[in-house]
Design a protein around this ligand. Structure first.
Ligand SMILES: *Cc1c(COP(=O)(O)O)cnc(C)c1O
Length: 374
């Protein structure tokens, strides 16, 4: 992903990916789900962190779950011999052979996919691991309970190694319908009498619905140290560490008079004489343009006593730059390092001020941002 970090690159923005934090978060999943095997979910280029770093940091996982067969191929090329799950199964019938060559486990979520595997198997070829996905109330992917039981029997007869799988719509919320309890009940009822390992829990269920863990858990966002709810408060005491740290620098400082306005649209008006820091980071780097005034930015060494502090974003984020209020940061100067998100500023706090969730910001890190795998 991205360009490699290189001292010759002079625009100061950099995303550091902390593989130690990956290891820490994976251990945290193990503590929460000691009886379960772990599918580390690395779809969307590992939630924007890149496959390389995820592979390095999460190599003690039981398996990697992702979407694209090309990415499965990449992992095998890197020497990964553990399990790989294609989370949405095959997109086309002609991928069956490659999936098998790569020893992938497949999600099967619809009748068409069942048919593909039937066709394949009637040609007398080796069966593989199937995670048969049930729609227990989310109404996105999955077979409805009755069709599920039929598909289970069909695939079972053909010798496939079956697992029961479903996905929760609201494991991150209380009392929103369908609730985890309702979905779980639907699932349990539908699989009654069909002996097979189970997989239900995403990060939110792992943290907050411990009776749903099953044989395989599927953590995504918690491995990256962000919150399933999009609210940092909800994971503040969960002992997770941010994996991606996005840094840049102050590249200019403006001295404003009272009443001066900042940036496109002149959206922010200085209430008094003040200093504004201009940071080399904008929406073309993946920083959200929707970020509102007050979005936190951490400025290293900016405080009067030389420690780091949070300064608020002011004015509209532009393509390559953004501006912050330096009134509380008399020591901030051109060249001061800033953290846009990471360990000082939770990505979820930036997301919240931008009307989204940390997931989206992490995934949207732009390819032009150099990445340093630590
Ligand atoms: C993305 C995904 C996950 C991981 O979800 P998080 O909320 O990031 O933990 C788990 N299971 C499935 C089927 C997914 O698509």
């Amino acid at each position: 992903m991205g360009v490699s970090a290189n001292s010759l690159i002079n625009r100061p923005i950099l995303a550091s990916i902390h593989t130690e934090a990956f290891r820490h978060n994976l251990n945290r999943v193990r503590e929460l789900a000691p009886e379960s095997k772990i599918w580390s979910v690395i779809k969307a280029r590992s939630y924007g962190h890149g496959f390389e770093a995820a592979f390095k940091g999460l190599e003690s996982t039981d398996g990697f779950a992702l979407l694209d067969i090309q990415d499965a191929s990449w992992l095998r090329g890197k020497g990964w011999e553990g399990r790989i799950l294609l989370l949405e199964g095959l997109f086309h019938q002609n991928e069956v052979t490659l999936a098998l060559e790569l020893s992938c486990d497949l999600v099967v979520h619809c009748e068409t996919q069942v048919q593909w595997l039937e066709d394949y198997q009637t040609k007398g070829r080796k069966p593989f691991n199937i995670f048969l996905k049930m729609n227990s109330g989310m109404n996105r992917l999955g077979l409805n309970p009755d069709a599920y039981r039929v598909a289970f029997h069909r695939l079972h007869t053909l010798g496939y190694h079956l697992h029961h799988m479903t996905h929760f719509a609201n494991a991150d919320q209380i009392d929103q319908s369908p609730t985890v309890g309702e979905q779980q009940e639907c699932f349990e009822t539908a699989i009654a009498g069909l002996e097979a390992p189970t997989s239900l829990a995403n990060s939110a269920a792992i943290m907050w619905h411990r009776n749903t863990l099953g044989d395989w858990v599927r953590p995504g966002i918690m491995l990256y140290g962000a919150s399933p709810t999009g609210q940092f408060n909800d994971i503040a005491h969960s002992h997770l560490q941010a994996v991606m740290h996005l840094h840049s620098e102050i590249i200019d400082i403006q001295e404003l008079r009272k009443g001066d306005r900042v940036g496109y649209g002149g959206c922010y008006e200085a209430p008094e004489p003040m200093r504004i820091g201009v940071i080399a980071c904008g929406y073309a780097d993946g920083y959200p343009r929707q970020a509102s005034d007050g979005t936190p930015v951490w400025v290293e060494g900016g405080a009067a006593n030389g420690s780091g502090l949070i300064c608020p974003l002011v004015g509209r984020v532009s393509m390559d730059m953004m501006t912050i209020d330096l009134r509380k940061a008399p020591q901030a100067r051109i060249g001061s390092r800033v953290e846009l998100w990471g360990s000082q500023v939770p990505v979820d706090d930036v997301a919240q001020k931008s009307g989204t969730i940390g997931y989206e910001l992490l995934c949207a890190l732009a390819p032009r941002v150099p990445v340093d795998i630590k």
